[in-house]
Design a protein around this ligand. Structure first.
Ligand SMILES: N[C@@H](CCC(=O)N[C@@H](CS)C(=O)NCC(=O)O)C(=O)O
Length: 312
């Protein structure tokens, strides 16, 4: 049975955002517990821990839950600062790689898979995004997306060339490197030859890629979703208790009932009591019959919060 201070990652192998976090665990040389979730709904164990958040990855430590790779990586960095991974413009690079470059990776992969995409997956992703998952449109967009994708890979090449460093923010790998690498890993995991073609001639990048691939994923041990729920039920939340953190002006009132949701896709509302809020994170507390009381932490960037009394 895992302990209440073990890192539990709810994820699945093919998930690029999860892979980014697995690599940070590798960079830090950490041991962690793995709960493999389905890659589409239903995910009953996960949503009982998160109050409705369904995306991968989610990190759990005891009764503290962290949603979204951005805040998961920040929390890993806070708890395990060695070796330092939050260096230079790591967070803006992470957001660019997650949102802009990633959309081109998606267009290339699903456009190239075309008819091979499972209809159940298409239906799930339409619900996730609230938009048609139009494989034909993606197929038409796949070729132009390749040029977009290679141009962005070219930024890594030029950054490494001009800085004359082995990694994007200096001599060692940081969150910026793992974030940028996520798109290369994702494309190469489905179409390895295409990824190599699109990276042709980028000698600095290809050397950087080879170094990153040495990092590994730490020490992984499998547990079940039921085990993870048991850990939460038996633990007390360690995250900020009410009144310990003052919210930034306009960001919300401690003790209010609030709803938090992602601002891009998978906008399922997560309801709870606001217990902490600053310019980087929002922490709510909620109680579920299976998990007991847990805290759930979201990054400020990429999530919206509203008081439930203020409509909808
Ligand atoms: N901004 C989120 C994005 C996470 C995300 O989109 N994850 C994908 C898998 S890589 C997902 O959850 N897709 C829907 C699903 O798997 O149910 C993060 O950084 O964690």
């Amino acid at each position: 049975m895992p302990r209440s201070d073990d890192i539990i990652l709810h994820h699945y192998d093919a998930s690029p955002f999860s892979n980014k976090v697995r690599m940070l665990l590798g960079l830090k040389g950490l041991a962690w517990q793995s709960v493999v979730t389905p890659n589409m709904m239903p995910k009953p164990d996960l949503v009982s821990l998160t109050g409705g958040y369904r995306r991968a990855p989610v990190m759990q430590i005891g009764a503290d839950i962290y949603c979204d790779s951005q805040v998961i990586m920040a929390e890993i960095e806070r708890r395990f600062p060695e070796p330092l991974a939050d260096v230079g413009p790591s967070w803006p690079i992470n957001l660019w790689a997650d949102r802009i470059w990633f959309q081109h990776s998606v267009a290339i992969i699903f456009g190239s898979l075309g008819d091979k995409v499972d209809p159940a997956f298409i239906e799930d992703r339409e619900k996730l995004s609230g938009r048609p998952f139009d494989v034909k449109a993606m197929a038409a967009a796949a070729e132009p997306a390749k040029a977009q994708w290679r141009a962005q890979a070219g930024w890594i090449e030029s950054a490494l060339t001009s800085s004359k460093t082995d990694f994007l923010c200096g001599a060692t790998a940081t969150i910026a490197d793992l974030a940028a690498y996520m798109n290369i890993w994702f494309l190469a995991s489905v179409f390895p030859d295409m990824a190599s073609d699109l990276l042709k001639g980028f000698d600095q990048l290809n050397g950087w890629r080879a170094s990153i691939e040495q990092i590994g994923q730490g020490e992984r041990q499998e547990i079940s979703g039921a085990d993870a729920i048991m850990v939460a039920a038996e633990a007390e939340p360690a995250e900020t208790t009410p009144g310990q953190a003052e919210p930034e002006a306009g960001l919300g009132m401690i003790g209010e009932k609030v709803i938090v949701s992602a601002d891009d896709y998978g906008r399922d509302p997560i309801a709870g009591e606001l217990i902490a809020c600053d310019h980087q994170r929002t922490v709510i507390r909620r109680t579920d019959s299976a998990t007991g009381t847990v805290t759930i932490t979201f990054p400020q960037v990429g999530f919206l919060m509203r008081e439930t009394t203020k409509g909808a």
